[in-house]
Write a protein that binds this ligand. Sequence first.
Ligand code: FAD
Length: 372
Amino acid sequence: MTAMLRQKNYDKAVSAGVTVLTGLASFLDPHRISVAYADGTSEEVYGEQFFLNTGSRPFVPPIEGLENNHFVYTSETLMEREELPRRLAIIGGGYIGLEFASYFANFGSEVTVIQDGEAFIPREDAEVAQSVLDSLTARGVRVLRSTTIRSVREESDHTVLSLESGDSAYALEADAILVATGRRPNVAELNLAAAGVALTERGAVKTDEHLRTTASHIWAMGDIVGGLQFTYISLDDFRIVKSNLLGDGSRTTENRGAVPYTVFLDPPLSRVGLSETEAAQKGYTVKSARLPAAAIPKAHVLRQPTGMLKVLIDADTDLILGAHFFCAESQEMINLIKLCMDAKLPYTVLRDGIFNHPTMSEALNDLFGAVK
Ligand SMILES: Cc1cc2nc3c(=O)[nH]c(=O)nc-3n(C[C@H](O)[C@H](O)[C@H](O)COP(=O)(O)OP(=O)(O)OC[C@H]3O[C@@H](n4cnc5c(N)ncnc54)[C@H](O)[C@@H]3O)c2cc1C
């Protein structure tokens, strides 16, 4: 399916007059790149302007025994494994690690997530994070917190992780290890120094809010910029650059509106806006409401009554500050909240609006009806 879409996009681009060169690009100077092809040949391309959009790749931490271990995978390679691992160890309790934990628990693997910190998904609202942890635990996923991986050893038919937590050291056997410790911008091969493009301290391409790099004829979009790593942010970055090249330049990274996101667990966790702690830190007087997913008729129709919904409202203006939905179909519902936030509609619009039945969205009547 993805391959078909890629081909379709490729065909569309070619018919629109775009020349697609499939090779590795690297700057020679501010206006010339070299494109190296798989057959060993290369060519030089001159450009008045450049648009960098090279994405990111998994970061593998320097843990002894991870490199060249046959049982070690990243999010890009684990899906290519043909056999289901009976025991899967996941290094990293971030969003990608948890998505894979959820998939493989559903497939039937025994999943252990190992994270060095104590707090579970610390950027999420604490109550909602606890609900996610309870749900994963109930599905058999073990989450080892405040745990350090000292080394990894490869045996003939499995691998062994040496773990340390507090004063205790112990071994964990696994048939596969997924390394999910973050992604880093793909800048290494681009030779950006030759083009005068600077990097941030974290190794992303430095841009202003219009996505212009430190070289004024070069722009950067997507994961390479080091912000939120989502497909639709890469797409929206394009709108910002387009607004600068062809429009009035008014669209920037600062005014693109609320950005929703979903972590595809089972059920999915979707969020837009502030958590309760962040709202308090920003000085808002907050009203809030919660609803268990089990109170929603459609959740029972879907046989997915797990999870909870929580919203935060600015008590002074009745505007929505944040929404955190850990429930079936939350990836669709959250877009509705984003729209209300961007349009600056008071929460009462959702509390009193008519929704069709049976849907998950109709729960917004009850959820916002409970605001206090
Ligand atoms: C496991 C996983 C799950 C995800 N789930 C979601 C999700 O549910 N929803 C969502 O919105 N996002 C999701 N993301 C994030 C999303 O995939 C990325 O944010 C998005 O693909 C970034 O787009 P991009 O345009 O920056 O780069 P990419 O889509 O990564 O494209 C970059 C391209 O540039 C090429 N390239 C790199 N260097 C060079 C070079 N020197 N020369 C030539 N070509 C080069 C790369 O090979 C690649 O083809 C997920 C990511 C992962 C890893």
